[in-house]
Design a protein around this ligand. Sequence first.
Ligand SMILES: NC(=O)c1ccc[n+]([C@@H]2O[C@H](COP(=O)([O-])OP(=O)(O)OC[C@H]3O[C@@H](n4cnc5c(N)ncnc54)[C@H](OP(=O)(O)O)[C@@H]3O)[C@@H](O)[C@H]2O)c1
Length: 325
Amino acid sequence: MRAITIPEFGDESVLTLAEVPDPPVAEGEVLVDVAAAGVNRADLMQRQGFYPPPKGASELPGLEVSGRIAEVGDGVTGWSIGDEVCAVLAGGGYAERVAVPAGQLLPIPSGVSLVEAAGLPEVACTVWSNIVMTARFTGGDTVLLHGGSSGIGTMAIQVVKALGGRVAVTAGSAEKLERCRQLGADILINYREQDFVEEIKAATDGRGADIILDVIGAKYLSRNVSALASDGRLVIIGLQGGREGELNIGELLAKRGSVIATSLRGRDLADKARIVSQVRERLWPLIASGAVRPVIDQTLPLADAAEAHRILNASQHIGKVLLTV
Ligand SMILES: NC(=O)c1ccc[n+]([C@@H]2O[C@H](COP(=O)([O-])OP(=O)(O)OC[C@H]3O[C@@H](n4cnc5c(N)ncnc54)[C@H](OP(=O)(O)O)[C@@H]3O)[C@@H](O)[C@H]2O)c1
């Protein structure tokens, strides 16, 4: 099959379209003929050598795909050859075929095209697992999302609004903030011009955010703790602003706050299957009803993976960038 490989770590130009062997299909897995693959910021880190695949995972980049089942491995029930699916992966998505543990498969939600569905699994599972399962969202919570116009942010805005929460977002331009507003965001903060701690406090009568979904890490750690409400939960899922920061435990203690950091990719199969099953049961109906929609910035051919990485790196996009196979 053809796939995008990373023969050496480096800038976008290292991404190489090459012939590679089809992936073996293990017990409990299915083989998917890929229609499209989602591009995630984590793929850029993998390409640079900063985010190695977990043990046993494909060395090829790509954390989510959509496509059709071409082969069903031993022990798999409930899925058949020809089924249209999308899936969250530990790797291997930038390819014509990928082997997927059955617990990581999702049907295509109604009203979403096969190609668009490639942009759903990673953001849906990340947003649901962190905001609902880990941070125990309850309706009425105010949720601050850093990077509101990102793939993760555009999904998170819609999910929190659909569940009855109030959403604050940060973004780096008026255009991106306007798109976040159209998706449902209530509190818009331009992180280049405004202090998000002051803004979130002003918008919540001084209380702060009940949940913060953070993609910046060290650079925002201290201000995120200051922006938390009492009993607030800060969930860190990205390290774009560094991995080592200083935590004011006194301030956290006074608020009874929590600081949590998680990664979807490294979770074991049972854990991923548990998340996928909740996403299917509770988030997929929100998509089918139209309350939550995929936000696709653009779609490029698989051979243009390098260009897709350039777009993400320059943050020129709003929502997801996809590669079609
Ligand atoms: N831990 C996990 O399981 C997991 C899973 C999926 C994703 N992630 C992480 O989630 C993040 C988003 O992923 P993605 O694929 O959706 O990437 P993406 O679309 O490229 O989004 C990156 C976002 O970061 C924002 N950003 C950059 N600097 C910022 C700052 N100083 N303040 C606020 N926002 C800032 C950008 O906003 P502007 O464009 O407005 O500058 C952009 O919206 C990445 O860090 C990724 O690694 C983690």
